[in-house]
Ligand binder design. Structure first.
Ligand code: NAP
Length: 363
């Protein structure tokens, strides 16, 4: 048996092609790894009656580590996000999204080195929603009025934003432990506690309590309001170190941070819980590029770098990162998105697999 058995979910849209590029790069490092391929999403709905079949969850539970491509979520109808369900089922309570500048990407900034630690299980992403006109919505509107909490228009749809002490404690602790383990200097809690007193207010209160417990760690703590954070991230991306946020703000800031370093094709991620870890890029399935051998696989390859580190394969992880950096710095064999930000045109770009070949050559 291979030293590492990893569940592989290639996803849909551009998922299968970037997954192929990533697995080729990882295998070329010589790491002793076996992929256990399983599928989730719309394509398996008919066969299994669910977009997230039980055997997919069983595979991740058995192997403890998975890497996945993006999975399309139908908007406003159909099934709920498989990505969100996977995080909830496996209690992958941390979404870790490092954003760092790599020369050659043509990004607007060359001085970004921050990490987003996003709470992954609650907030407006909890999936607790009441459809406009439903009995649940009607009863909730009455409940709110009866408790003198406010008047909600009868034709409203409602999404709840639960934020708990338990989940806030563990995510802020994760942020501090990550900061300590990775030589970081500062943790910033981001919120809107001035307006959302009982949800974000609780998040801030608990974050301050946890920071107190880490007072001797040498890690600085501060808090910032989400709107001000957005502006300062764009003005001074070099200010930021580790940011810890409730789910929705974390989601939005992850894309903003990806924009600072050259776009979604560059932004890796990991979903980590107490028992399991699922690595995946920040970006989605980019359906318009599906099957065209155009998408940039860097975000997934860098997610594999996070995975290799998690598996203790540090040397292989360093080699992949160095190879990616070299190919991007040379700027010759890069995908359309990188060519476009560098030159304003996609002329001379290469496809997904040719880029992967170039990375493999530099390993
Ligand atoms: P998206 O798939 O991330 O794509 C948005 C745009 O980002 C693309 O049109 C492209 O921009 C750029 N992009 C994304 N990935 C890229 C890559 N690998 N290489 C180069 N450029 C890349 O966002 P979306 O269109 O909003 O979402 C599509 C579907 O994915 C939705 O169903 C959504 O729910 C789902 N989604 C899944 C996940 C997940 O599986 N974890 C995460 C997010 C979204 P240009 O056209 O400007 O080049």
């Amino acid at each position: 048996m291979a030293k590492h058995v990893v569940t592989l979910i290639s996803g849909d849209g551009i998922g299968p092609e970037i997954t192929k590029a990533m697995t080729r790069v990882v295998e070329a490092t010589g790491v002793d790894i076996e992929w256990e391929s399983v599928e989730a999403g719309a394509d398996v709905m008919e066969k299994y009656g669910t977009p997230l079949p039980q055997h997919v969850l069983d595979s991740v539970r058995k192997n403890k580590v998975a890497i996945k491509g993006p999975i399309t979520t139908p908007i406003g109808t159909g099934f709920r996000s498989v990505n969100v369900a996977l995080r909830k089922e496996l209690d992958l309570y941390t979404c870790l999204r490092p954003s760092f500048s790599i020369p050659g990407t043509g990004a607007r900034y060359d001085n970004v080195d921050l990490v987003i630690v996003r709470e992954n299980t609650e907030d407006l992403y909890a999936g607790i929603e009441f459809e406009e006109g439903s009995k649940g919505a009607e009863e909730l509107i009455k409940f709110v009025a009866d408790h003198g909490a406010g008047i909600i228009r009868p034709d409203s749809g409602i999404s709840l934003k639960p934020i708990s002490v338990t989940c806030t404690r563990r995510i802020v602790k994760f942020a501090f432990d990550y900061a300590i383990a990775n030589g970081r200097k500062k943790v910033t809690a981001v919120h809107k506690a001035n307006i959302l007193k009982y949800s974000d207010g609780l998040f801030l209160k608990v974050a301050r309590e946890v920071a107190e417990e880490y007072a001797d760690s040498g890690i600085e703590f501060e808090d910032y309001i989400i709107d001000a954070t957005c502006m300062q991230l764009v003005l001074h991306p070099e200010w930021w170190d580790v940011l810890v946020l409730p789910n929705l703000y974390g989601d939005i800031l992850s894309d903003l941070a990806a924009g600072l370093i050259g776009g979604l094709g560059m932004a890796p991620g990991a979903n980590i819980g107490a028992d399991y870890a699922v690595f995946e890029p920040v970006h989605g399935s980019a359906p318009k590029y599906a099957g065209k051998d155009m998408a940039n696989p860097t975000a997934l390859i860098l997610s594999a770098v996070l995975m290799l580190n998690h598996l203790g394969e540090r040397e292989a992880a360093d080699r992949v990162l160095a190879a990616v950096k070299t190919v991007l710095a040379e700027g010759e064999k890069v995908t359309y998105d990188i060519k476009r930000t560098n030159t304003g045109s996609t002329e001379g770009c290469v496809g997904t697999q040719t880029y992967a070949d170039a990375v493999i050559e530099k390993l």
